[in-house]
Design a protein around this ligand. Structure first.
Ligand code: ZN
Length: 373
C-alpha cells in the first residue's frame, strides 16, 4: 500500500506528546531520536519520490521543534500536523541500520545506502513499536543481512597438506578472518564465521550455523589439492558433479568429515532433514548468481582455473534455504598457488574480490526482493 492515510484517533483517546526530537551524528552515520511523555505507537516507512523517511505517530501531539535542521543524508525534518507524522527529507538513499525503542525513546540509526536497498525500504513498513511512558515493546528493523563465512577444515582435520607442507586449515582461517575484516569495514552486512580458531566443526554443524543465524549467504573457503590444477574456482551444489575434478573434491571433503568423527546418519533428525531436503529452486538461483559474482570479481585480480564455476555434491553446501558457494582459492598441490596463498597481501587481494562479489550479490538480492514485493 503506497498511499499515506491520515491517522484516525478515537474520540476521547488521550494523546501522548512528543517532547523531544533531534538528529545527531553517530559513529559513521546519522541518528534520529524522538521522545514522548507517555506511551504511544510509532511506525517507520519510506517513500521514493520524494525520497523520504516517515515516522507515523498517530497518537501524539507535537511539542518538539517544528523543524529539525539537516544533518548528513537528512536534508531536514518537519512535523506534518494534519497527518501526524514526521517527514525526514533525504538527499540520497540511506540504509536503516536499526529502528527500535531504546529506554522509551525511538532511535533510528541511518547509514549509507544504495538505490536498490532504499527501493526495498519503500516496499512496506520498515519497523514499528511503542515508545514513551513505560512501554518497552520494540520491533527490530530489517537489520543488516548476515553473511556466514566458513573457513574449511580445522582442528583434527588439517584439510589438504600442500606440496610445501602448508596445512589448508590455516590458509582458510587466515583468508576468512581477512574477508570478515574487509566486509565489516564496508558496513553493508554482518559477518559470522563458522570457526575463528583451529577447531573441528562437522559439515552439518557449519550448515546449521548458517540456518540458525538466518544467513542471507553462505560462503565456504578452501584450498584443496587437485593434481595439475592451478587457480581459483567456485562450486555450487549439484546432485551430479560437472566434471571429474569437482567430483573428487566433493568426495574427499565429505570423506574428511566422516573421518573427523561424525557420520551424517548420527545427526539430529532436524539436521538430517536439512541435509537431505531438496534444494529449493530460488536457493539454487541465488547460489549460481553468487558464483557468477565470485568469478567476475576474482577474475580481475587472481589466476582462475578454467571453467571457473563448477558443480558437485558438497555436503557443506546443502542448506535448503541459504544460497551457498564454495570457493577454492587455489590448490595447495600447486607450488605457485601454495606460495601465493601463504602471503597475506595475496589473501587480502582474494578477500577484496570476494568482498566485491558479496556486495554485488547483496545489491541484486535486495533489488530482487523489492521487485517481487
Ligand atoms: Zn578443503
Amino acid at each position: 500500500m503506497g498511499l499515506a492515510l491520515p491517522a484516525l484517533i478515537l474520540p476521547g483517546e488521550a494523546l501522548a506528546a512528543v517532547t523531544g526530537a533531534r538528529l545527531e551524528r553517530n559513529a559513521d552515520g546519522t541518528r534520529l531520536i524522538l521522545e514522548a511523555d507517555s506511551a504511544t505507537s510509532w511506525r517507520l516507512s519510506a517513500t521514493q519520490r520524494p525520497m523520504r523517511l516517515i515516522v507515523s505517530l498517530p497518537g501524539v501531539t507535537w511539542r518538539g521543534p517544528a523543524r529539525l535542521p539537516g544533518l548528513g543524508p537528512a536534508r531536514g525534518a518537519r512535523w506534518d500536523a494534519p497527518n501526524r507524522r514526521l517527514l525526514i527529507d533525504l538527499s540520497g538513499p540511506v540504509s536503516v541500520r536499526n529502528a527500535a525503542t531504546v529506554d522509551g525513546r525511538l532511535v533510528v540509526e541511518l547509514g549509507p545506502g544504495t538505490a536498490p536497498g532504499f527501493a526495498r525500504l519503500t516496499q512496506g513498513r520498515i519497523a514499528q513499536g511503542q515508545m514513551g511512558g513505560t512501554a518497552t515493546a520494540r520491533t527490530p528493523a530489517r537489520s543488516l543481512p548476515v553473511i556466514v563465512i566458513d573457513p574449511g577444515h580445522g582442528g583434527k582435520d588439517p584439510g589438504t597438506i600442500g606440496v610445501g607442507g602448508t596445512h589448508e586449515k590455516r590458509i582458510t582461517l587466515a583468508a576468512a578472518l581477512e574477508l570478515k575484516k574487509q566486509l565489516e569495514a564496508a558496513g553493508r552486512c554482518r559477518v559470522v564465521l563458522t570457526r575463528s580458531r583451529d577447531v573441528f566443526i562437522p559439515l552439518d554443524g557449519r550448515v546449521d550455523i548458517a540456518r540458525r543465524r538466518e544467513a542471507t549467504l553462505f560462503m565456504s573457503l578452501h584450498a584443496d589439492s587437485a593434481p595439475g590444477a592451478r587457480g581459483a574456482s567456485v562450486y555450487t551444489l549439484a546432485d551430479r558433479a560437472s566434471d571429474a575434478l569437482s567430483a573428487r573434491l566433493a568426495q574427499s571433503q565429505n570423506r574428511a568429515d566422516a573421518a573427523g568423527g561424525l557420520r551424517i546418519p548420527d545427526v539430529s533428525p532436524e539436521v538430517q532433514r536439512i541435509l537431505y531436503s531438496l534444494v529449493r529452486q530460488e536457493t539454487k538461483v541465488g547460489s549460481a548468481r553468487m558464483a557468477r559474482f565470485v568469478v567476475s570479481n576474482l577474475g580481475q585480480s587472481v589466476t582462475l582455473l578454467p571453467n571457473t564455476h563448477r558443480q558437485a555434491s558438497f555436503a557443506v553446501l546443502k542448506a535448503p534455504d541459504v544460497p551457498s558457494v564454495l570457493v577454492e582459492m587455489g590448490f595447495l598441490s600447486d607450488r605457485r598457488d601454495e606460495a601465493a596463498l601463504n602471503r597475506a597481501p595475496y589473501r587480502a587481494q582474494v578477500a577484496r574480490a570476494l568482498t566485491g562479489a558479496v556486495h554485488g550479490w547483496l545489491e541484486q538480492h535486495h533489488a530482487g526482493v523489492a521487485n517481487s514485493g
